[in-house]
Design a protein around this ligand. Structure first.
Ligand code: GLN
Length: 244
């Protein structure tokens, strides 16, 4: 079976090797006999039909300002695709643009598409370091790296991706990180995220496969290296995450 991934703005939103997340999804799909095709969706490109999983990475304020008007133009098509069951992973700057708006460090109002119930306002300091999350909804943890000025405020009743065990998270105050709404996941976790969190990669993959019409349980892979990478990142976060 083939899974179609729509990679939004790969030329503009791709810091901290966020592109590596696509490589992990491709490899974990291949290991289960599924092909994963990637469609790059840039400025001015239409949103192709049949995308099973959308992906957008992080970027500096300048890059976010460049892509935001185009993303707003794609807003309806993305809302429709998600309403049709497509999954979505958005990292950092991309995560902020899935909310209603981002007020950046210079005070510019950058519009978002409101796919996630949140908004973001940049603060004076950057929140940088290793992060460890407890994702009780999945009985798992996520480990990664954050670097953002934005403080993300979730709407009342919105579901965070995880509780911050170590690190800053959405705003360095609420103790929560990220946001999830159905098959849409937003997070500040770079690294890239998926190599050291294989369970989350498989969750996205199985949701993308389900959208492609393949209801399947992915057989486990030998994730020894991934698990030790997770353990190292988690330990780093415990010892130094969230410290200014
Ligand atoms: N420019 C945004 C911020 O500073 C996002 C940064 C990022 O993607 N790492 O908050």
């Amino acid at each position: 079976m083939s899974v179609l991934v729509g990679h939004l703005y790969p030329d503009y939103l791709n810091i901290y090797a966020d592109r590596g997340n696509i490589a992990v999804l491709t490899e974990r799909a291949r290991a289960r006999g599924h092909a994963l095709e990637v469609a790059a969706i840039g400025i001015g490109d239409p949103v192709p039909d049949g995308i099973d999983l959308f992906y957008v990475g992080g970027g500096q304020d300048r890059e976010q300002e460049i892509v935001a008007p185009d993303l707003v133009d794609k807003g309806d098509a993305l809302q429709e695709a998600v309403a049709g069951g497509a999954a979505f992973l958005a990292v950092c700057g991309g995560y902020q643009l899935l909310g209603r708006s981002y007020v950046d460090v210079a005070g510019n109002h950058v519009p978002g598409i409101g796919l996630l119930p949140l908004h973001t306002v940049a603060g004076e300091t950057r929140m940088i370091g290793d992060v460890l999350l407890d994702c009780a909804w999945a009985g798992q943890s996520l480990a990664g790296f954050e670097n953002h000025a934005g403080r993300t405020i979730l709407d009342a009743g919105a579901e965070p991706l995880g509780r911050v065990v170590a690190g800053f998270g959405n705003d360095g105050a609420t103790g929560f990180e990220g946001c999830r709404a159905g098959r849409v996941y937003g997070t500040y976790l770079h690294g890239p995220l998926l190599p050291r969190n294989p369970w989350f990669a498989d969750l996205l993959l199985s949701e993308a496969l389900a959208h492609a019409g393949v209801e399947t349980t992915l057989e486990p892979l030998d994730d020894v290296i991934e698990s030790s990478a997770h353990a190292v990142a988690a330990e780093r976060a415990r010892t130094r995450g969230g410290k200014r």
